[in-house]
Every structure is written in structure tokens, then in C-alpha cells.
Design a protein around this ligand. Structure first.
Ligand code: CIR
Length: 255
């Protein structure tokens, strides 16, 4: 079985960072039950959830994807602990590094003044697109490139001005087609195959070569992906969407 790193919802989730949305009330009980369902769905599709210990003083900790990015290559597995762009999130990385250590996963770090959030990193084969926006800076991209180039990856910087993270705008289907809402994407032409979808935040998590996970809030985009021959599994992540999260950011899948 593969594993998926997850981290519980802080009781202070409602105080999480907001950049593009207005703050609205969050139902913490609903958030916790949505998180449970999300973890159950991952388990059903073969990813055993491994919990990073939670700390209620880290409101955004549930968005664990931002704290680490994992790369597999013939040289082996490399986990890169990030350098979060938001100061309030810098305390999230140590517990993630400790959990990786207990799993026996080799890891390294992006260091300040470099900043990089995992939500800005989109892997498509051996190309690694990195969003340069409010959270990830040029030095963060440079450090990631230095780590990954010897491992056979090409790191491509992508301007991100319209949304929080690169993956708030685009994610990739199992066949490598990049999907996103055109209004959210600065430079769609940078991707070799780009397919517009009708809704904002229509992100996919690849569960299997023929199956993706999508949010219940993007039914028309889910229908489009289904029409392309994929099975779409949906989960409701409404409480996390209020904090600018989406399906990708709640886990880090280790295949
Ligand atoms: C933040 O602004 O950092 C959090 N409230 C949301 C992070 C979502 N992460 C992601 O999409 N990768």
C-alpha cells in the first residue's frame, strides 16, 4: 500500500491565512468530518493515511501539501521540506520532517531567504512547474532547481499572480494534460497540453491511472473529466475551500 501524509485540522482553522477570499464563518465540526471522509477516501484508493502530529496553534497545518514536496527518480526518493512564504506557517515544517524521518524518507530543505510552498509545485512527468507568486520566490525556485536538476528533472518557473498557489490554478490529469480555469492562469501557453475547465478551483488528485479525486464544488468540471474517460471520485471540502484550500493540499501522496 502507498501512504499519504495528512495532518489534522487545527481547532483554530478559521484563523488561517487568507489572500484572495473574504473571511467567513467556518464550521470546525464539519471541517473535521470532511477531513475524516477525505482520509477514508484516500484509504479506499490504496493510500494509508499517516498522520503528522497536530498542533492547534498552527491554524493552517491541515494544508500539509505546502510543507513538503516528494520527488521520485531512478536516484531514489527525495523529500524537500519547504520554506513557507507566510510567516505564520513556518512552524509547520518541523513535525513534517520528523514524521518523514520515522518513515525512513530521506529529506532536505529549502532555506530562507528562499521561500517555497508545496502548493506551488506541479509535477508532470520529469517536468516540475513551480509557481512564482505571493508565497514562492526566485531564490526558492533556484534552490529547488539545484536539488532536482542532477536527479533528471527540469524545473520550470511559472508566473502566478491571479490565485494563491500554482495548483490553485492548475493541476494535471494522469495523462499529463494540465487543467485549469483560464481566468486563473497567467500563462496557459507554458504547458504543452492545456485544457480549460469551467469552474475555479477544479483541481484533481490522481488516485490511480484511471481515477481522480475532485471537490464536490466543481460538478461541471468533474463531468468534463469523466467525459474524457476518467473515473471521478468526489469529496466535499467546503470548509477548507473557505481558507483557500482544495483537494490537493490536504495530503502528500507517497506512491
Ligand atoms: C494559506 O493561505 O496558506 C492557507 N489558508 C491555504 C493553503 C492552501 N494550500 C494549497 O492550496 N496548497
Amino acid at each position: 500500500m502507498s501512504t499519504a501524509l495528512v495532518r489534522p485540522t487545527s481547532l483554530r482553522l478559521a484563523e488561517g491565512q487568507l489572500t484572495h477570499l473574504e473571511r467567513v464563518e467556518v464550521d470546525i465540526g464539519l471541517a473535521q468530518s470532511q477531513w475524516d471522509s477525505y482520509c477514508d477516501t484516500l484509504a479506499t484508493w490504496g493510500f494509508e493515511p499517516v498522520r503528522v502530529p497536530g498542533d492547534d496553534d498552527l491554524p493552517d497545518q491541515v494544508f500539509v501539501e505546502d510543507a513538503v514536496v516528494v520527488f521520485d527518480s531512478p536516484a531514489g526518493r527525495l523529500a524537500v521540506i519547504t520554506s513557507p512564504g507566510a510567516e505564520s506557517r513556518r512552524g509547520e515544517t518541523d513535525a513534517v520532517a520528523e514524521t518523514l524521518h520515522t518513515l525512513g524518507v530521506e529529506h532536505t530543505r529549502i532555506d530562507l531567504p528562499g521561500t517555497l510552498d508545496g502548493g506551488d509545485v506541479l509535477k508532470v512527468g520529469d517536468t516540475v512547474y513551480v509557481g512564482r507568486g505571493g508565497r514562492t520566490n526566485a531564490e526558492g525556485i533556484r534552490q529547488l532547481r539545484e536539488l532536482l536538476t542532477p536527479r533528471g528533472f527540469t524545473v520550470v518557473g511559472v508566473p502566478v499572480t491571479k490565485v494563491l498557489h500554482l495548483k490553485s490554478a492548475v493541476t494535471a490529469l494522469p495523462d499529463g494534460t494540465v487543467i485549469g480555469h483560464p481566468d486563473d492562469v497567467d500563462e496557459p501557453g507554458i504547458f504543452p497540453r492545456f485544457l480549460p475547465v469551467p469552474e475555479h478551483g477544479a483541481a484533481v488528485v490522481v488516485l490511480a491511472p484511471d481515477t481522480v479525486l475532485m471537490a464536490a464544488s466543481v460538478p461541471r468540471s468533474a463531468e468534463l473529466v469523466e467525459s474524457l474517460g476518467y473515473r471521478v471520485v468526489t469529496v466535499d471540502v467546503s470548509e477548507f475551500e473557505k481558507l483557500e484550500g482544495c483537494v490537493t493540499c490536504l495530503s502528500v501522496r507517497l506512491r
